[in-house]
Design a protein around this ligand. Structure first.
Ligand code: LLP
Length: 418
């Protein structure tokens, strides 16, 4: 069900008019639908009901404490990629035994924190990291549960910045080297080899790359089992895409069917790390039109939201739909929707057909629930926006708008300059 709908000519999130929120809380403003998050999570989780599985939400997509708490209550585990994410997940009430830790550059301190917390497993991404986990585990006493993230060399057919399972990418252990590294891991006294892991990329809109990657991983898993490895987990990462414009990604059910077919006969708990598929279409960024600026060469709609608030269009050239909060249904224009940041790369949309808009009008940048707020910055000394979670007719501020004081927190002026 879509939880961002027009009612009485106004865009609502659940039962709350976006214009009312903007009037009281200001703009730019992130707005999330609780029902949309819960529905997407449950649909994903339910799709795998036929096999032992654990859905570990990739919190890099959205890490508001309130949303993590909501998902933890739904039974989610978490995929973390830094000590900071681990800390936030635990702070939100996550069960450590449902946390997996991925990433190519984990520090000793981060590994130690993960072992202290008692997480499910560390997804090791290189031979040297294997040595590091062994060293840290030996130093603190006890054993570390590890799985090896292998790189299946499959083209996910997505934006190059978010393709991770190609041989040339920095992620995972070379497929051809995996058996050797598994043997090394087994010989290390402080490691428990519990699984195998891969993640090939993000915003995948076809099932084939998943199927191809899984076939390779499944074959390797079979060989490992034959060699006596007690593989308990197969972590297949995240990556299921969403509709931003007109993409038709596999449904969770189609995705789950393909994954389960590829795993047949393997006696493992399946771990999944969806991020975008859970929260992507559950959030929008509401922004206000400041000016219209029509030059000889181009039309611009200058809004108060910018690349520092939502960087996806600037960074990946990605498409985010833009809807008027109070559509008038009149004539349309083709314009660039740009923010106040001093870079020509600062745009939310290029050459976009929009309804005629003027100063003070509100626009909703759709599909901003994933990789939106988490990638926001203070560039151009812009306080980061507020974020609200809608629950029926109620709203809860889950992140306050930053203040000017927040912009200088932690800054110091040397004594001789005082
Ligand atoms: N697991 C691992 C190891 C990952 O690296 C990622 C995403 C995920 C899970 C979750 O992938 P998802 O289900 O959300 O596709 N900032 C980019 C996306 C970067 C994704 C990085 N890794 C964007 O805005 O499109």
């Amino acid at each position: 069900m879509n939880h961002f709908t027009l009612r009485h000519g106004e865009l609502h999130c659940e039962d709350v008019a976006l214009a009312t929120l903007a009037a009281t809380l200001g703009t730019p403003l992130y707005v999330y639908s609780k029902a949309a998050i819960v529905e997407a999570f449950r649909a994903f989780d339910r799709a795998f009901a036929g096999v032992p599985h654990l859905v570990c939400f990739a919190m890099k997509a959205n890490d508001h404490l309130a949303i993590l708490r909501l998902l933890a209550r739904e039974g989610a585990g978490f995929d973390v990629v830094s000590g900071g994410e681990l800390w936030k997940a635990l702070r939100a009430g996550a069960d450590a035994r449902k946390i997996v830790f991925s990433g190519v550059g984990k520090s000793d301190a981060e590994l130690e924190a993960a072992l202290d917390a008692g997480i499910l497993m560390i997804n090791v991404e290189s031979p040297q990291e294997l040595d590091a986990v062994e060293r840290v585990a030996a130093r603190r006493g006890g054993r570390a549960p590890v799985s090896l993230r292998v790189n299946p060399d499959v083209d996910p057919k997505t934006h190059p910045y978010i393709a991770t399972g190609l041989k040339k990418s920095k992620f995972g252990i070379d497929f051809g080297e995996a058996l050797v590294q598994y043997a090394r891991a087994r010989a290390m006294p402080h490691l428990d080899v519990v699984g195998i892991d891969c993640h090939i990329g993000s915003q995948l809109t076809e099932v084939t790359p998943f199927v191809d990657a899984l076939a390779r991983v499944r074959e390797l898993a079979g060989r490992l089992v034959a060699e006596g490895f007690g593989l308990r987990y197969l972590d297949f990462g995240g990556g299921l895409g969403i509709t931003y414009k007109d993409e038709v990604p596999p449904t969770p059910a189609e995705y789950a069917a393909a994954v389960q077919a590829g795993l047949r006969g393997l006696d493992c708990t399946l771990v999944l790390e969806p991020g975008r598929a859970v929260v992507g279409n559950a959030g929008v960024l509401v922004t206000k039109v400041l000016y219209r600026k029509d030059t000889a060469a181009r039309r611009f709609v200058v809004v108060d939201g910018a690349m520092n608030d939502l960087v996806r269009p600037a960074l990946y050239g990605s498409y985010q739909a833009i809807q008027p909060v109070r559509p008038r249904g009149g004539s349309t224009i083709v314009a660039d929707v740009v923010g106040p940041v001093c870079e020509s790369g600062d745009f939310l949309a290029k050459d976009r057909e929009l309804e005629e808009v003027g100063s003070g009008d509100l626009l909703a940048v759709m599909s901003a629930g994933a990789y939106g707020y988490v990638m926001a910055s203070n560039y151009n000394a812009r306080p980061r926006p507020a974020a609200v979670l809608i629950d029926g007719s109620r709203h809860h501020i889950v992140r306050e708008r930053e203040t000017l004081e927040d912009l200088v927190r932690g800054e110091r002026i040397p004594p001789e300059l005082r």
